[in-house]
Design a protein around this ligand. Structure first.
Ligand SMILES: [Ca+2]
Ligand SMILES: [Ca+2]
Ligand SMILES: [Ca+2]
Ligand SMILES: [Ca+2]
Length: 334
């Protein structure tokens, strides 16, 4: 067990005092974004002083899954027994929709010996949304150029340098043992991912998937791919068309590739017939099972229409028309 502990960091941080840490973090951000606006820094620090909530998450809490509350100063410890974990997996896949930022000290770093003169020892991370917001704010601050006021090459270069400075995102893969500070506008599910399905334990507990089974509903597609591509990780046939998700998405990557049907849509080719088999009501009020892939095997066999083609024979008539005529005629094998 490494000698450095969360308690030691907590002690060191508390010794800095919350205000002191806010100043330190303010300097991190100030230095990182290269801001030339003291007013911006003052506003930032004054906002920090209003944030009174602090939370410390131990490595045990992060390992089992925990919450980073919104608008709170959070210090967390990445468990030592993992090599590395992607930022989005660790922080619950909210980077695109939530503004958050943070700063990580390397493993075994002793916060009590911080020496600002030797430079900052760690790495800054910003969510995708945070980067976008900062970039937009910086663009808005720029003097507008126009057709009669074109920028010089130097101005363009300076502009792109500033944009890179504003973003200044450095950390996408967290290593075991890192100590981090985070601030988020909304709560984040933080945790590790022992079953390696791309979802951390806290997020899996939240959505009801198993933390020790990468494919909770056994349809071939991992929980993480289902979550990110909006099929139901708890239901084998997300769109209720009779075909399980892993047959529709045959290569299990969450995308509708050439030759596949869409596991989120019961009628991929919009010809009115279910991709697999569904119960439908005919115009004579009779209920029957109808669809394109009648034996639900993902292959267009003889006697079946193609669930990826509106008109399988390509004759300008939708597959539904002859099929419905056949059903209404009361024929057995349509
Ligand atoms: Ca997992
Ligand atoms: Ca699955
Ligand atoms: Ca389906
Ligand atoms: Ca269809």
């Amino acid at each position: 067990m490494p000698s450095f502990s969360i308690h030691k960091l907590e002690k060191s941080l508390r010794r800095l005092t919350i205000g002191g840490l806010a100043v330190f973090l303010g300097l991190v951000i100030y230095g990182s974004v290269g801001s030339d606006s003291p007013a911006g820094l003052q506003a930032y620090l004054s906002q920090k002083r209003q944030d009174t909530g602090w939370k410390v998450l131990t490595e045990e809490q992060v390992a089992s899954g925990a919450t980073i509350p919104g608008n709170m100063n959070v210090v967390f410890h990445v468990p030592y027994d993992i090599d590395e974990i992607d930022r989005e997996v660790l922080l619950g896949h909210k980077g695109d929709t939530t503004r958050y930022w943070g700063y990580c000290f390397p493993a075994n770093y002793d916060a009590s010996i911080t020496d600002r003169r030797s430079g900052l020892p760690g790495l800054l991370f910003l969510s995708e949304k945070e980067r976008k917001v900062r970039l937009e704010a910086e663009k808005a601050r720029q003097a507008p150029f126009s057709l009669v006021n074109l920028p010089s090459k130097e101005q363009i270069d300076r502009l792109s340098e500033r944009h890179i400075g504003i973003i200044h995102h450095q950390l996408d893969v967290f290593e075991g043992g890192m100590l981090c500070y985070a601030m988020s506008e909304q709560s984040l599910a933080i945790g590790i991912d022992p079953d390696n399905d791309g979802l951390n334990n806290a997020l899996e507990t939240e959505i009801g998937t198993a933390i020790d089974n990468p494919d909770t509903d056994s349809d071939g597609i991992t929980d993480g791919v289902e979550f990110l591509h909006r099929t139901n990780p708890l239901v084998r046939d997300s769109d209720s068309d009779g075909l399980i998700d892993g047959i529709e998405d045959a290569n299990w990557n969450g995308k509708v590739d050439v030759g596949e049907t869409d596991p989120r849509t019961w009628d991929s080719d919009r010809d009115g017939l279910c991709d697999g088999m569904c119960r439908i009501r005919l115009s004579n009020n009779q209920q029957v099972f109808a669809g394109e892939d009648k034996n639900l095997n993902g292959v267009v066999d003889q006697g079946e229409s193609d669930p990826r083609k509106w008109s399988t024979p390509d004759n300008g008539i939708s597959d539904q028309i002859p099929y419905m005529k056949c059903l209404l005629a009361g024929k057995g094998n349509c």
